[in-house]
Design a protein around this ligand. Structure first.
Ligand SMILES: Nc1nc2c(c(=O)[nH]1)N[C@H]1C(S)=C(S)[C@@H](COP(=O)(O)OP(=O)(O)OC[C@H]3O[C@@H](n4cnc5c(=O)[nH]c(N)nc54)[C@H](O)[C@@H]3O)O[C@H]1N2
Ligand SMILES: Nc1nc2c(c(=O)[nH]1)N[C@H]1C(S)=C(S)[C@@H](COP(=O)(O)OP(=O)(O)OC[C@H]3O[C@@H](n4cnc5c(=O)[nH]c(N)nc54)[C@H](O)[C@@H]3O)O[C@H]1N2
Ligand code: SF4
Ligand SMILES: [Mo]
Length: 749
């Protein structure tokens, strides 16, 4: 190790946990990465992905200069000016011929973790002015956002379990020991979950698979995939039936729809749902009694409850129960955060929530209703394929890999090849960006500043942590926000060399103006010019962030949080545990918690029909996450991808015997939409009748530049998914509970 080393402290941007990292730097190289023991939130915790961030930075396959696709499919490195000039010309041609609705955009998951992409991606999308906006949200949490919006008023009003104070946690369809927590920003989720038991509380997990989190729990129930809404309905039924429903004095004045919920749950007795869920009625009643009897308690659900057929109903029922047991908005229950960088969960004024901003228009081909301005990602392929007015002819992708992450990615891949223009802002030439005409490389995360605007809005404590870039931007590189503003310049007709500083100043002016009209914010009524003067000569994401901090709930006055204060606190600021926020947090039209939103109630008959259809023991497929994977995109790092084969199908021994499948042997898994072959792992961790395959694999596609991942390619489970069968209210992809057949694929003879 060279003698001269420096240390940089920064927040890991690779998942929702926001761990602090301590980087040892020699010259322009990171020589060591460890957890920052002084981080106010993560206290030294780190996972294998965070520990690999230097390998990500050094990965020779990472794109470092703009790439332009040749007619033969190969790519040439070009200058930024050449890249933007090419995009400008094509953009104008497509616009002249087909108009704005011929443009589309897909925004992937890491864009939510990147300060520049999060703040300036929106600017580009707004400038684009198309209804064809897609994102990873509709293969992820959209049902939770919809239920939160309809119940509490905004799509970000998602209650978070108060992990450090709860005494009873019911977890459905989440594996925080592996995922490190989601919509529950909680570094060292394992330590925090163990804390519940250490203080005498109880952890209950409902999952069709005995997950790592299930192994840590006091109690684990297998559930038939997609059965969560039925189970939760039966818990609600029991709470009313046994007179245990008691929202408490703190919520009582702020509730509407209590009687409607009782009626809606009436047909769903534990006895009625037991067969369909696979959980015996007495167990369901006991779960309900324990939730009501433990104080405080919280119910939490994640991917397994959202990416399934009844995602919005399950998401809604989770918070109905949080209300009925009297612990919503109380310490130790499910609580609302108070995000330091602006009150994203109280955007808008009371009575004018964004909850009504759904189904205002529909997708052109499938007729799927928009949600918060987005159309279902699973519809992207058909919107490109299908001729007619409004057909997508040009696509921007930012930090996404929908060819691997959305249902029927093979069909999408073919569709992408027909586009007149595809521009991708990404770190890699991967299974999706290989189709782009131009790839614009974002710098490595270590060359950028960071503040987790999105994820702190779901954190189990109110924290704030800003990281300056750990390494300077490489010569000739553009920061991500600059790339996005150059694109904005093209989209707004200012050409390929637009004045980025001027656009940025305009954006900041809009930020400041909006902050001054936000009800009860510290900047209400102030002159936007004064706010801008306060932040001085900062530009780019730093200016916007400083504005957000100063106009946020902890900003204002001489003691308020500013970016300068965060710069002086590299290990972060801890602004304390979650606070009670009802009624001030509510943004519904009624000003109350809407326990029975009509849109959601309208979907209950579908659940009833599912129940009436009777038991079904056909084999179904679910997913799972893996500690050393990050959706589709970190399999190119040798340290993360080495070791035993991971892209395997888990099969219960009884099913294996019945189907003639042997452990370690190849199996063929087929659905109505596709067939894949992969190694079987026979394990009683699975519920009988359920098999599990992780997503994000399938790296053997031509044209991607991922040499390491190709050696550990695995197969793409999303070839089995159905782009046509989507969750009813949000169009979210159904990734769990897919009917499949499994057979041995051992070659005969
Ligand atoms: N079957 C199945 N499918 C699933 C899921 C599942 O559970 N089962 N989960 C779904 C979920 S929850 C999600 S969120 C999606 C994820 O789906 P996507 O968001 O479409 O895909 P990712 O795999 O996250 O790929 C992210 C891309 O962003 C790039 N990238 C990383 N960091 C940056 C950055 O800072 N800037 C830029 N510009 N690019 C960057 C990476 O190189 C990669 O190409 O997958 C979904 N698909
Ligand atoms: N290591 C790692 N961490 C990650 C990611 C990653 O790819 N790798 N991805 C990140 C992203 S984008 C997200 S959105 C989060 C997701 O975070 P989590 O939701 O915690 O992710 P999973 O580990 O997939 O856990 C989902 C669980 O749901 C179960 N399940 C499947 N179907 C059903 C069902 O019908 N009902 C019930 N009750 N359970 C079901 C699965 O068996 C699985 O254990 O993780 C994030 N963190
Ligand atoms: S848990 Fe998430 S935030 Fe923490 S080190 Fe791992 S990838 Fe980074
Ligand atoms: Mo996700």
């Amino acid at each position: 190790m060279p003698a001269e080393t420096t240390t940089a402290i920064r927040t890991c941007p690779l998942c929702e946990a926001t761990c602090g990292l301590e980087l040892t730097i020699a010259g322009d190289r990171i020589v060591k990465v460890r957890g920052d023991a002084d981080d106010v939130f993560s206290k030294g915790f780190i996972c294998p992905k965070g520990a690999s961030i230097a390998e990500l930075h050094d990965d020779p396959d990472r794109v470092r200069a703009p790439l332009l696709r040749r007619p033969d499919g190969g790519f040439d490195e070009v200058s930024w000016d050449e890249a933007f000039a090419f995009i400008d010309e094509r953009f104008r041609a497509v616009e002249a011929e087909h108009g704005r609705q011929a443009f589309g955009a897909y925004v992937g998951n890491p864009a939510a973790h990147a300060l520049g992409a999060l703040l300036y991606g929106r600017v580009l999308l707004k400038a684009l002015g198309t209804r064809n906006v897609f994102s990873a949200s509709t293969v992820d949490q959209m049902p939770k956002q919809l239920s939160a919006a309809l119940m509490f008023g905004t799509g970000l009003s998602v209650p978070v379990p108060d992990l450090d104070r709860t005494m009873h946690l019911l977890v459905l369809g989440a594996d925080p020991l592996v995922s490190n927590g989601s919509l529950m920003t909680s570094p060292d989720a394992r330590g925090r979950l163990r804390g519940i038991r250490a203080r005498g509380g109880k952890l209950v997990v409902v999952d069709p698979r005995r997950s790592r989190t299930a192994r840590e729990a006091d109690e684990h129930h297998f559930i038939r995939p997609g059965g969560d809404a039925l189970l939760l309905m039966a818990i609600v039924h029991t709470l009313f039936d046994e007179d245990l429903a008691n929202p408490g004095a703190h919520l009582a004045p702020h509730l509407s729809g209590l009687d409607e919920v009782r009626e809606l749950a009436d047909p769903f007795s534990p006895e009625a749902v037991a067969g369909r869920t696979g959980i015996a009625a007495p167990e369901i009643r006991r779960m309900a009694r324990e939730l009501a009897g433990s104080s405080p308690a919280a119910v939490y659900g994640r991917i397994g409850t959202t990416t399934q057929a009844f995602g919005t109903l399950a998401s809604w029922l989770i918070d109905v129960i949080n209300v009925l047991i009297g612990d919503l908005d109380r310490p130790g229950g499910a609580m609302f955060t108070t995000p330091v960088a602006g009150s994203s969960n109280t955007a808008g004024t009371p009575g004018r929530g964004r909850g009504t901003d759904v189904h205002r228009w529909s997708s052109r081909v499938g007729g799927r209703g928009e949600v918060f301005g987005e159309l279902p990602a699973a519809c992207l392929a058909e919107e490109i394929e299908t001729p007619g007015e409004g057909r997508i002819r040009a696509l921007f992708t930012i930090a996404g890999n929908p060819v691997l992450s959305t249902p029927n990615g093979d069909r999408l891949a073919d569709a992408l090849d027909t586009l007149d223009l595809m521009v991708s802002v990404d770190l890699y030439r991967n299974e999706t960006t290989r189709h782009a005409h131009v790839i614009l490389p974002s710098p490595s995360p270590l060359e950028r500043s960071h503040y987790d605007v999105a994820l702190y809005a779901f954190a189990v404590r109110n924290v704030a942590n800003y990281s300056p870039p750990a390494l300077p931007l490489r010569e000739g590189a553009l920061d991500e926000w600059q790339i996005l503003l150059r694109l904005t310049g093209i989209v707004t007709g200012q050409g390929p060399d637009a004045d980025v500083a001027a656009i940025d100043a305009f954006v900041a002016g809009e930020f400041a103006r909006r902050a001054t009209v936000t009800a009860s914010g510290p900047a209400e009524g102030r002159d936007p010019q004064d706010l801008l003067a306060d932040v001085g000569d900062r530009v780019g994401p730093e200016r916007l962030l400083d504005l957000m901090l100063r106009t946020g709930p902890f900003g204002g006055g001489t003691e308020g949080v500013t970016l300068a204060k965060l710069e002086a606190a590299p290990h972060g600021l801890d602004l304390g545990p979650l606070q009670s926020r009802i009624p001030e947090v509510l943004r519904t039209a009624s000003g109350t918690i809407e326990l029975a939103p009509p849109l959601i109630a309208s979907d209950v008959p579908r659940l009833q029909a599912h129940l009436d259809a009777g038991d079904d023991d056909g084999l179904v497929l679910i997913g799972r996450r893996q500690l050393r994977s990050n959706n589709s995109w970190m399999h190119n790092l040798p340290k993360l991808v080495s070791g035993p084969e991971r892209c395997t199908v888990l099969v219960h021994p009884l099913d294996a015997e019945r189907l003639g499948i042997a452990d370690g042997e190849p199996a063929a898994v087929s659905s109505a939409h596709g067939r894949i072959e992969l190694t079987a792992q026979v394990t009683d961790d699975m519920m009988p009748g359920v098999v599990s395959i992780p997503h994000g694999w399938g790296h053997d596609l031509d044209g991607a530049a991922l040499d390491v991942a190709r050696e550990h390619a695995g197969v793409n489970v999303n070839l089995l998914g159905d782009a046509g069968t989507l969750e009813a209210l949000t169009g979210n992809a159904v990734l769990n509970g897919i009917p499949v057949a499994v057979a041995s694929a051992v070659p005969v003879g």
